[in-house]
Design a binder for this molecule. Structure first.
Ligand SMILES: NC(=O)c1ccc[n+]([C@@H]2O[C@H](COP(=O)([O-])OP(=O)(O)OC[C@H]3O[C@@H](n4cnc5c(N)ncnc54)[C@H](OP(=O)(O)O)[C@@H]3O)[C@@H](O)[C@H]2O)c1
Length: 246
């Protein structure tokens, strides 16, 4: 992939593409000429999101838009997700592991289910999707995997044991995988955003959140990474609000 137009005709899976950062990333990718398949757990939310992607990218010389219901916590669903992308798009060049959840409470109140949902989605789900997608990427001569981590991975805080641990694990997973597959032409990176104005963890997007990053800021970072020339691998990007909440 080289030059400003290297995303034209590329085929991307965005997990958790039904809203927030994933939806903004799917829009940015298609605006740049890529075909996209978004996944999530709700067919209705995916249909709504797909219509928004088509509407937002109507003027682009854009590739296909597809959806697949998949819960990344289940390895067989991750496998079917990749098979669905191959069937609907024609292959996989790019995997954006964005699906994530946040369960925030003191450890004493954190349930076993909270812990499992967080680690199964944010860490194991990325493993399942990478494991399924890498053979498909190799068949197309290479690819790029971008994992959406968080600054919470490097700046842990009280009430964030499960979330911070899941994202710190994701950083280590990303770096190990990056070293493993780089000679196969597959680049692996992670993006660590600070606070983003989305519905994450039950947040309500609001005008008071103007200090936060927008989902489109993260999407722009993802697309900027994908435009790097083949010799260059920015393996970790930290993205902060320019001016933090006072
Ligand atoms: N917002 C922030 O402040 C912030 C900061 C740093 C990092 N991040 C990270 O950015 C990523 C996206 O967050 P966001 O703010 O855009 O959150 P969001 O608005 O809550 O969106 C999360 C997306 O993930 C999907 N999802 C959740 N669990 C899933 C599962 N098991 N399988 C498949 N899809 C699943 C959701 O769709 P369904 O519910 O329909 O499945 C939704 O599309 C997450 O990894 C998060 O940790 C967010």
């Amino acid at each position: 992939m080289t030059g400003a137009s290297q995303l034209v005709g590329r085929l991307a899976i965005v997990t958790g593409g039904s809203r927030g950062i994933g939806l903004a990333t799917a829009i940015a990718l298609r605006s740049a000429g890529a075909g996209v398949l978004i996944c999530g757990r709700s067919a209705d939310r995916l249909d709504t999101a797909a219509a928004r992607i088509v509407a937002a990218t109507a003027s682009a010389a854009a590739g296909p838009v597809a959806t697949a219901v998949a819960d990344v916590r289940h390895p067989e669903q991750a496998q079917r997700l990749v098979e669905s992308a191959v069937a609907q798009l024609g292959g996989v060049d790019i995997l954006i592991n964005n699906a994530g959840v946040g369960r925030f409470s003191p450890l004493a109140e954190l349930t076993i289910d909270d812990w499992r949902e967080t680690v199964d989605t944010n860490l194991s789900g990325v493993f399942y999707c990478c494991r399924a997608a890498i053979p498909a990427m190799k068949r197309r001569g290479g690819g790029w995997i971008i994992n959406v981590s968080s600054l919470a991975s490097t700046h842990p805080f009280a009430g964030g044991t499960a979330y911070c641990a899941s994202k710190a694990g994701l950083n280590a997973f990303t770096e190990a995988l990056m070293q493993e597959v780089r000679r196969d032409g597959i680049r692996v990176s992670c993006v660590l955003p600070g606070s983003v104005d989305t519905e994450f963890a039950g947040n309500e997007p609001s005008e008071d959140a103007g200090w936060k990053l927008a989902a489109s800021d993260v999407a722009q970072t993802v697309v900027d990474l994908l435009r790097h020339p083949p010799r260059s691998l920015p393996s970790r990007v930290e993205l902060r609000p320019s001016v933090p909440r006072s």
